[in-house]
Write a protein that binds this ligand. Structure first.
Ligand code: JFZ
Length: 431
């Protein structure tokens, strides 16, 4: 008797789960489409740009909490032009944009019905998330939303600042999770994001179970939405039994080569996520080689910019992005829609592959030849620069390619090795 009593709810839940296709899984074809894009723009923005300190983290530290929480009252980025941002990303060769709809400070860049701490109550009033979603749609760029699940401003969330360890007794995680589910419903039904980029999952009040609940909630609203792995617990760098979500998110570093699990490195164009005056900016060479290295590891690069308090992106950053775009105009076939490998990327070069081609990205100028291990069963038909010129090679006991004294591209010269088989199927070569 007792057993049946226990069994009935269990069977009911199982039947319901089957009816809803649980456990939800993102269609591999959708993930492949995402990984084919290879390059996206991350945007960290909010009222904190008025101070130029780090978004979220500077609250209650470099900027006193009360001052930080009132910055929105003077946030009026009148030069914000969503179309200009999207065109900047597009000119850089980026295929998707991910914006901070809400960072750890809790401020919402869309007019949410579930909290008044949002853009509608700033002097600017305009729906930043909405305008960017529309501009992305008009320009053929996939629109994605960053959303943190820790909210140091919300009284229902137990911790109220970086370093807080004593939970607020007035807080209520169940109420909080219900609220963020409502906010997510709003974001999904209003803006139809291609992907949701969660964050803030490392704090103690968050559990894997909450993460699973939110994941299921999203998938019931739109099963096509891609979700990053910061919804469960565990390391951001991998997909593991602890994580919830579809792909891994190494931060401020190029991820390890992985032919199985999708991943995306998020890396800042300067040092800070949100805008900082005179922040040290990366060079075009560093940025292009970072992109080639992520592709070489079979991952994506989400390259972050922090727009200024007036709504513009910095000119020097726009110029750098344009240089990357011009490089991609020439060499894009060695990045988009490729797989990483079959050689592991290193500091000197990275390999990508597509069809019967292996692309070698050369990061150094002062070399006169390329030496690679032979791949068993593979014969090279020809070698040439992606920009044209044929090269002399030998494939007796190693692949030896002779290079001219001056290489065609100082940022990343791409060689194409044409082989007698499909390169995508080759196992990784240990180099
Ligand atoms: C997180 C955010 O905190 C950061 O502001 C930015 O949005 C980035 C993309 O994601 O970065 C982290 C995450 C975790 C830690 C530090 C930075 N951590 O656990 O110390």
């Amino acid at each position: 008797m007792k057993k049946t009593v226990f069994l009935i709810p269990f069977l009911l839940i199982s039947a319901l789960s089957i009816a809803q296709n649980k456990p939800f899984k993102t269609d591999p074809a959708i993930l492949k489409d995402f990984m084919d894009k290879r390059f996206g723009m991350f945007i960290h923005w909010g009222p904190v740009s008025l101070r130029g300190t780090e978004i979220g983290w500077s609250r209650g530290h470099q900027v006193p909490t009360v001052e930080y929480d009132n910055l929105y009252k003077e946030f009026n980025p009148v030069l914000f032009n969503a179309d200009k941002w999207v065109k900047t990303a597009k000119a850089a060769g980026m295929k998707y944009i991910t914006i901070t709809s809400k960072h750890h400070d809790g401020f919402c860049l869309w007019p949410s019905a579930y909290t008044d701490y949002n853009i509608k109550y700033s002097p600017f009033k305009r729906d930043i998330v909405g305008e960017l979603a529309t501009a992305c749609k008009n320009n053929g760029i996939a629109f994605c939303i960053y959303f943190t699940i820790l909210d140091w401003h919300d009284t229902d969330y137990p911790l109220h600042n970086l370093g807080d360890s004593i939970p607020d007794p007035k807080a209520d995680m169940n109420r909080f999770v219900k609220k963020i589910k409502n906010e997510l419903s709003e974001l999904i039904t209003k803006y139809h994001p291609y992907m949701l980029w969660f964050d803030g999952n490392w704090e103690k009040p968050w559990t894997k179970e909450f993460g699973q609940e939110v994941y299921d909630h999203i998938k019931l609203l739109d099963k096509k939405i891609i979700v990053n792995n910061r919804l469960g617990k565990g390391s951001h760098k991998t997909i593991s039994p602890l994580t919830v979500g579809d792909y891994a998110t190494p931060e401020q570093e190029v991820g390890e080569i992985n032919m199985k699990d999708p991943w995306e490195s998020c890396i800042t164009i300067c040092n800070q996520w949100s805008w900082k005056p005179n922040d040290k900016m990366k060079t075009a060479q560093q940025s292009i080689q970072t992109l080639a290295s992520t592709s070489g590891g079979n991952g994506n690069l989400l390259f972050n910019v922090g727009p200024m308090m007036d709504g513009r992106m910095e000119d020097r950053q726009i110029k750098l992005l344009d240089t990357i775009g011009r490089w991609l105009n020439k060499y894009g076939e060695s990045i988009y829609g490729t797989k990483g490998g079959p050689y592991k990327p290193n500091k000197e070069w990275a390999a990508t592959r597509k069809g019967s081609k292996i692309y070698i990205h050369l990061f150094k100028q002062d070399i006169n030849s390329v030496n690679l291990p032979v791949i068993s069963g593979v014969k090279i038909n020809s070698v040439h620069f992606l920009s044209g010129e044929n090269l002399v090679f030998d494939q007796t006991d190693k692949i030896h390619i002779k290079l001219p004294a001056i290489l065609p591209d100082k940022n990343d010269t791409v060689l194409v090795i044409e082989i007698n088989t499909i390169a995508e199927g080759l196992p990784l070569v240990m180099n």
